[in-house]
Design a protein around this ligand. Structure first.
Ligand SMILES: C[S@@+](CC[C@H](N)C(=O)[O-])C[C@H]1O[C@@H](n2cnc3c(N)ncnc32)[C@H](O)[C@@H]1O
Length: 297
């Protein structure tokens, strides 16, 4: 990054001018941080002393170009920068895959809490997209074997790059295909499977914000007529693919909790339960492969 020095007052004036055109301060400050290398806390210091010099990793002209593209064409800032902070990592992102969302970070916490006493095992991330969940699993469970699946070859290439850069020494493989199907050789041996499948009902797609609807892949968003088509397929394969006691953890739409829990119970999963997201919404579902009981006698 080529550092540029300028006067703090100039930067603060520029920031006011940009916000007068439109957009949210939180997004502009995110751009200044990620593209300009100016952390939010450092920006706050400038208000206390606007005479000080400030270093930026990008020229104001270039930052303004990015901001205009975001405002005029609704291009997500993450696509303009090509990166997205998520948990403790910074992922490469592109229009090939969903930009990883903050609520999905919780899926990792629930998973790791469940397996904390197991030093080895096998995990899978179904519908890996950018590879966010797979990278988190690979880094947190370095002695486990991992599998990242997506039916989009482009998404899988992005996930591979993120895995190679962020979890180079962990044991993982990527597979192109539909949900459990490319994992057939390992069916019956999965201890932990995470999935954030596409779950937006068809009728709601047109109502999404343009920044999502026009720039993120339809394949990553659309869950079919009722939003549950992908969830159904993932849950349907769980009992044959999970090992005894293996855990399936799913993210779903804000109003799908009851339906997803019923699907899990109908498929014979046990310990079926929901978890809340940061807004207190029932956003996650989990179910376990029934551990077979020894036959009497
Ligand atoms: C909502 S995105 C989730 C991406 C990533 N796991 C995350 O949480 O950011 C859903 C992903 O599922 C993938 N997908 C859709 N249909 C699929 C299928 N039949 N088999 C495998 N992956 C699929 C999409 O390509 C997309 O990457």
């Amino acid at each position: 990054m080529k550092r540029q020095e300028l006067h703090a007052e100039k930067l603060l004036t520029w920031r006011r001018q940009q916000l007068a055109i439109g957009g949210r301060a939180v997004d502009l400050d995110w751009l200044l941080d990620l593209a300009g290398g100016l952390a939010w806390s450092a920006l706050q210091q400038l208000y206390l002393d606007s005479n000080r010099p400030v270093e930026l990793g990008e020229s104001l002209e270039q930052l303004e170009k990015l901001w205009r593209r975001h405002l005029d064409d609704h291009v997500p800032l993450q696509h303009l920068i090509g990166r997205c902070p998520w948990r403790d990592i910074e992922l490469e992102v592109s229009p090939a895959a969903l930009i990883p969302r903050q609520e999905t970070e919780l899926l990792v916490d629930f998973a790791l809490e469940d397996v904390k006493s197991k030093s080895s095992g096998r995990w899978a991330d179904l519908g890996t997209g950018s590879g966010a969940l797979a990278v988190a699993m690979a880094r947190a469970l370095p002695r486990w074997r991992g599998h990242a699946v997506d039916c989009s070859q482009e998404a899988l290439m992005l996930a591979s790059r993120n895995l190679q850069r962020l979890a180079p020494s962990a044991s993982w493989t990527v597979h192109c295909g539909s949900w459990w199907e490319p994992l057939q050789p390992w069916w019956g041996s999965f201890d932990l499977v995470l999935a954030n499948p596409p779950y937006i009902p068809q009728a709601l797609l047109a109502q999404l914000e343009p920044v999502v609807r026009d720039h993120e892949p339809h394949l990553a968003l659309s869950g079919g007529m009722d939003g549950l088509e992908s969830c159904r397929q993932v849950i349907a394969g769980a009992t044959k693919a999970l090992g005894p006691g293996g855990l399936l953890l799913l993210e779903h739409h804000h109003d799908q909790s009851d339906a997803v829990l019923i699907l899990m119970r109908d498929q014979g999963l046990t310990d079926v339960a929901f978890k809340f997201d940061l807004q207190g919404v029932r956003r996650f579902a989990l179910g376990r492969h029934p551990v077979s009981l020894p036959l009497p006698g």
